[in-house]
Design a protein around this ligand. Structure first.
Ligand code: AKB
Length: 314
């Protein structure tokens, strides 16, 4: 049975990951932490503590007092926010990661943190991007993610920490909206489709990016953390993806349920430039072969579920 401490618990991934982990490992075995308190069910459904990931001492104390054997470090600024505040992104994304890795090294914790398709750049092969390839990102977020991947490898190879991680594509969910990402349009579009029947995309027509529905992302984290270590050739940056689409394709999928849905464009040059620097589609063969990664949802099954769930939440 695991005892898990999670940072960034009220963020897009954290708030759903905690519900899943508590259902598998027991509510008392999952300590949720975040820099703020909201009225999220995460706070009532099990242990919760306030934690700024820049506070290394408090992070260590919380993990130790809880008796954690696993750290899941989710707190980070996403790509568009990181581009707007590059120094803050460097300090928070790298400082928080180092603190989480150091706590894990000192207490002997298994460790997970997500990397991203943002770890690739314009010189990376754009289609079917291989697991091991050129990584020269041109965004601060990308710089953080590549440095983070290397740091996690270092903590595994040199310091013996059982570090594991995936490169997530854009994640789509009906529970907690993302904030400050480049792929967020693919979440917003569903909310607006139901609210107004139209959406203005800040991402240009024809821009392909990888995406995944949140239930598949959560299952991927659980499966990787439970995977037999002897089978893992890679560790910290497995490519994972479920689908790749451009705005017209998600609109067409929505029109199967809302036939009059209208899509227009008002492109944001900053987020478009970030999207242009990322792959069109990535290859997840290593994740499939080494720990059995498999996504259940494609674009149409995700669209149906998103629209059903959002309509029921209204
Ligand atoms: C973002 O858009 O910044 C994130 C990501 C792909 O890492 N969703």
């Amino acid at each position: 049975m695991k005892k898990i401490i999670i940072t960034g618990a009220l963020g897009q991934i954290g708030s759903e990951l905690i519900v899943k982990l508590r259902s598998i490992y027991g509510a008392d075995n999952v300590l949720a932490t975040d820099i703020r308190k909201t009225d999220s069910p995460v706070i009532e459904s099990g242990p919760f503590e306030l934690l700024d990931v820049m506070d290394a001492e408090r992070m260590h104390t919380l993990a130790k007092d809880f008796g954690a054997d696993t750290m899941m470090h989710m707190a980070a600024l996403l790509s568009a926010t990181a581009e707007a505040k590059p120094l803050l992104a460097w300090n928070l994304n790298m400082g928080g990661l180092v603190n989480a890795l150091e706590t894990s090294r000192d207490l002997g914790l298994q460790f997970f943190t997500p990397s991203s398709i943002g770890a690739f750049g314009p010189s990376t092969p754009k289609k079917n991007t291989p697991q091991d390839t050129l990584q020269r990102p041109t965004t601060m977020y990308g710089v953080n993610k590549v440095a983070g991947e290397l740091l996690c490898d270092y903590y595994y190879q040199k310091l013996g920490v059982d570090t594991r991680g995936v490169r997530f594509p854009g994640l789509i969910s009906y529970v907690t909206p993302p904030g400050g990402g480049t792929t967020d349009y693919a979440v917003d579009i569903y909310y607006k489709a139901l609210e107004t029947g139209k959406y203005t995309s800040y991402i240009e027509q024809g821009t392909y990016m990888d995406m995944m529905y949140m239930p598949d992302a959560l299952q991927a984290i659980v499966d990787l953390m439970e995977a037999d270590a002897s089978k893992l050739e890679h560790r910290n940056a497995f490519n994972v993806t479920a689908m790749s689409f451009e705005p017209e394709q998600i609109a067409a999928s929505i029109r199967k349920h809302i036939p009059n849905f209208e899509l227009s464009y008002d492109v944001d040059p900053i987020r478009q430039e970030i999207a242009n620097s990322w792959p069109d589609s990535i290859d997840a063969t290593a994740a499939k072969n080494e720990w059995g990664f498999k996504a259940q949802y494609d674009l149409d099954s995700m669209t149906k579920d998103m629209l059903d769930k959002l309509a029921n939440n209204k």
